[in-house]
Design a protein. Structure first.
Length: 84
C-alpha cells in the first residue's frame, strides 16, 4: 500500500480534523466532563437525513450541533428555510 493510499491514516486525520478546531481549548471542545446534555425533539425524517449527511461527511452529530450552537450564540444568522 502506498503512503498516499492509507485509509486508516485518512480516517484518523479526518477524526482529528473533525474534533479539533483552531484555537479551541479542551473546555471549548467539551472534554472536561462538565458538559450539559440537551435533548431535542425532531421528526424521524429530519433525524435520518441529518444522520445520513453527517455519516457521509464523517462528522459526529454532537459535533455538528455544537458548531451550530456556537455559531448562533456568537451572533450568527439562522439560514432561512427554502420555500416549498
Amino acid at each position: 500500500m502506498s503512503s498516499e493510499d492509507n485509509p486508516l491514516r485518512d480516517a484518523v486525520q479526518s477524526k482529528q480534523d473533525t474534533n479539533a478546531e483552531a484555537g479551541e481549548t479542551d473546555a471549548q471542545k467539551g472534554a472536561t466532563g462538565e458538559d450539559v446534555r440537551v435533548n431535542v425533539r425532531v421528526s424521524p425524517t429530519l433525524h435520518e437525513r441529518f444522520k445520513q449527511r453527517a455519516q457521509r461527511e464523517g462528522r459526529p452529530l454532537s459535533w455538528l450541533i455544537r458548531r451550530f450552537m456556537k455559531h448562533y450564540a456568537a451572533g450568527g444568522d439562522v439560514p432561512a428555510l427554502p420555500e416549498r
